[in-house]
Design a protein around this ligand. Structure first.
Ligand code: LR7
Ligand code: MN
Length: 549
C-alpha cells in the first residue's frame, strides 16, 4: 500500500493538534466555531439540479443516455453528473436532534471510504459531504482507499483533484496494489487510519447535517458501542435524497442475508426518547462508526472472507456475543445509493455463500444447521482455514449463539425449536408437499404444492408454530372462507386467518374458518386451497417432525 497524499505537518484540524497549540483555549474554540459555521454555511439554499436533495429532471436526450447506461452502472450516472458535488440536502432529522448539547471534547474521526471503480461524481460527492458537514475540529481525516480501480478518471486526475480541493491534506488517498475485495479493503483502510474513531462509508453516500456528532458522542459514552447512522435513500434513478424514518432495525434470514424489521416492542419499551440509540441485532454493513482500538480488539474482520458479503452479519454477531453493542443512531443520517447490481467486476464465485459459511462455522454453533438447510450445496465446500477465528472467539470469551438469539434477537423465528412441528408437509396420496416454489418471500405469494424432495429443498420446509401458524421464517399461511387460496403474508400473531390446527388422528390441517387444507385436482406448481372438510385422501397430511402435538 502506498500513501499517495499525506500532509500531516500542516494539518490543524484535529482537536489534538489544536490543543498542542499554545493559543488560549478560548481562541481555538472561536476559530473552530468560525470554521464550523463556514462549512455549515455551504448548506445554504442554492439553485441547480438535485439541490436540497431533489430529483434530477433529464431532457429526452439525457434520459436516453441514462437508460443506455443504467444496466451497466446500476444507477443514473447522467443525473448524478449534473448535480453539484457539494449539493445541499434537506435536514431531515427529528427537531429534537438539534437540541442535544454534545460535549466539547468528542473523540476525533477518521472517515474511511473504500471504493473500486466507483464513478467520479458519487465518489467525490461522498467526500465533499463528509468534509463539509463534519465539524473540522472532529474530522481527523478522510481515508479514501482505492481497491485497485482501473477507471482512468480515478488515476492521477483524482490525486490532483484532492490536492487542489483539500490542500490541508485532510483527504488522504491510499491505493491497493492488488484487488482486496471489500472486507480486506476496509481492513487496509482501518490500518491506515489514525483518528480515535473510524467511520466507514460506502463510496456513493451523502452525509447529512449533523451526522457525525451523535456518533462520536455515543462512542465517547460507550466505547464498545458499534454505531450505524440511519441510512437514507438516494434513489438510483432520480438521485433524490429522501429521509427514511427511524423505525427499523437489522435482522437476518437463515440463508444469512440481511433484512430490515420494525423496532420490536421490547426495544421500543426500553427507549425513553426518539433520539435514543436503537439496539439492533445486525447491521447492513457499509456505514458504521467504531472506536478504532475497539475495532481491532473485537477482531476487526475475518481476513479469510473474500470480495463481498457476509462480513456485516459476522461483525454483528461477534460484537454482541463478545460483549459490545450494535446500535442505530436516529440523529445521524447518511444517504446511500441503493443499486440493484454491482457496477464492478467480482468474478463468478458465490462470495456471499462462502463468506457466510465461514461465519456460520465460527459463530453460530448448532444453529448453523439452519443455514445449511438453505445451503446444502455448501456443506462440503472448502472455505479455507477458520482456526484463527475460532481462537479469537475463545480468547474473547464470547457468549453462545443461543444467548444471542435469546437476549438480542428474541423475536427471531427458529423454525425447529419450541414449535408443534416442522419440515415437509406431505400429502401421502399424491406425494406432493407444500412448497414456496422458490418465489420471493418478501412479497405476498401463494403456497403451492410440488413433488416432495425429501426435505432436500428449503422451499418445502414449514413450521407449525405453538401459536398455530403454518409458517416460514417471516411469513404465515393466510386464507379465509372468502379467499380460500392459501398465501404467505407477514405474520400478524392474531390467529384468525393465520390459524391452523393439525389433527393427528384424521391427519387433517384445519383452518380457523373450519375448512381443511386440500390438494384436490392440483398438480405440481399449483396453489393449495382450503375447502369443506370431506375426509378424502386429498385432505390428509403428514408433518415430517412432530415435536409437541
Ligand atoms: O471488491 C470490492 N472492493 C470495494 O472496495 C467490492 C466493493 N468495494 C466497495 C464498493 O466500491 C463500495 O464502496 O465496497 C463498498 C460496498 O460495496 P457495494 O456498494 O457494492 O455494496 P452494497 O451497498 O450493495 O452492499 C451492502 O452489503 C455489503 C456486504 O458485503 C457491504 O457491507 C456494503 O457495504 C453494504 N452497503 C450498505 O450497508 C449500505 C446500505 C445498504 C443497505 C441495506
Ligand atoms: Mn453500497
Amino acid at each position: 500500500m502506498s500513501h499517495v497524499l499525506m500532509n500531516d505537518k500542516n494539518r490543524t484540524r484535529s482537536k489534538r493538534a489544536d490543543s498542542e497549540n499554545d493559543n488560549a483555549v478560548e481562541t481555538s474554540k472561536l476559530k473552530a466555531r468560525y470554521r464550523y459555521d463556514r462549512y455549515y454555511g455551504r448548506n445554504e439554499a442554492k439553485d441547480g439540479p438535485g439541490e436540497r436533495g431533489s430529483s434530477v429532471i433529464l431532457n429526452v436526450e439525457e434520459q436516453r443516455k441514462a437508460d443506455a447506461l443504467f444496466d451497466k452502472e446500476a444507477f443514473n450516472l447522467i443525473a448524478s453528473d449534473k448535480i453539484a458535488l457539494d449539493r445541499t440536502l434537506r435536514d431531515n432529522r427529528d427537531p429534537d436532534c438539534k437540541k442535544i448539547p454534545y460535549p466539547e471534547d468528542l473523540p476525533s474521526a477518521s472517515v474511511i471510504i473504500i471504493f473500486t471503480n466507483e464513478r467520479w461524481s458519487p465518489l467525490l460527492r461522498t467526500v465533499h459531504s463528509v468534509v463539509n458537514r463534519s465539524p473540522p475540529e472532529y474530522l481527523h481525516e478522510v481515508v479514501l482507499f482505492d481497491d485497485f480501480s482501473d477507471h482512468e478518471e480515478l488515476g492521477p486526475k483524482l490525486e490532483e483533484y484532492i490536492k487542489d480541493t483539500w490542500p490541508d491534506g485532510v483527504v488522504k488517498l491510499v491505493r491497493a496494489k492488488q484487488r482486496c475485495g471489500l472486507i480486506r479493503a476496509r481492513l487496509e483502510g482501518a490500518k491506515a487510519a489514525t483518528g480515535d474513531v473510524m467511520v466507514f462509508l460506502d463510496s456513493h453516500c451523502e452525509a447529512n447535517e449533523g451526522w457525525l456528532e451523535p456518533l462520536l458522542a455515543r462512542i465517547h459514552e460507550k466505547r464498545d458501542a458499534v454505531l450505524c447512522p440511519m441510512i437514507d435513500v438516494i434513489d438510483s434513478h432520480s438521485m433524490s435524497y429522501s429521509g427514511i424514518g427511524a423505525s427499523s432495525v437489522g435482522g437476518f434470514w437463515w440463508s444469512l442475508h440481511f433484512s430490515w424489521h420494525g423496532i420490536p416492542s421490547h426495544e421500543a419499551a426500553r427507549r425513553k426518547k426518539l433520539t435514543d440509540p436503537i439496539r439492533s441485532p445486525t447491521m447492513a454493513g457499509g456505514l458504521f462508526a467504531v472506536d478504532r482500538k475497539y475495532f481491532f480488539e473485537v477482531g476487526s474482520y475475518d481476513e479469510g472472507m473474500n470480495m463481498w458479503g457476509g462480513e456485516n452479519l459476522e461483525i454483528s454477531f461477534r460484537v454482541w456475543m463478545c460483549g459490545g453493542s450494535l446500535e442505530f443512531i436516529p440523529c445521524s443520517r447518511v444517504g446511500h445509493i441503493f443499486r440493484a447490481s454491482h457496477p464492478y467486476d467480482m468474478g463468478k464465485e458465490d462470495w456471499h455463500g462462502m463468506n457466510s459459511k465461514r461465519l456460520a462455522e465460527v459463530w453460530m454453533d448448532e444453529y448453523k444447521r439452519l443455514f445449511y438447510m438453505h445451503r446444502r450445496d455448501l456443506i462440503d465446500k472448502d472455505v479455507g482455514d477458520i482456526s484463527e477465528r475460532k481462537k479469537l472467539r475463545e480468547k474473547l470469551n464470547c457468549k453462545s449463539f443461543k444467548w444471542y438469539l435469546e437476549n438480542i434477537y428474541p423475536e427471531k423465528n427458529v423454525p425447529d425449536e419450541r414449535v408443534q412441528a416442522y419440515g415437509m408437509v406431505r400429502n401421502p396420496s399424491s406425494n406432493m408437499c407444500l412448497d414456496t416454489l422458490g418465489k420471493d418471500e418478501k412479497k405476498v405469494i401463494p403456497i403451492g404444492v410440488y413433488s416432495c424432495q425429501g426435505g432436500a429443498s428449503a422451499s418445502e420446509v414449514f413450521t407449525l408454530s405453538l401459536a398455530g401458524e403454518l409458517r416460514r421464517e417471516e411469513t404465515c399461511a393466510d386464507a379465509s372462507a372468502s379467499n380460500p387460496n392459501v398465501v404467505l403474508r407477514s405474520c400478524h400473531g392474531g390467529k384468525s386467518n393465520q390459524y391452523f390446527k393439525y389433527d393427528k388422528i384424521s391427519k387433517t390441517i384445519k383452518h380457523a374458518s373450519g375448512l381443511c387444507l386440500d390438494t384436490e385436482g392440483l398438480s405440481n406448481g399449483q396453489g393449495v386451497k382450503i375447502k369443506e372438510c370431506s375426509g378424502k385422501d386429498t385432505q390428509k397430511w403428514e408433518l415430517e417432525h412432530i415435536l409437541e402435538i
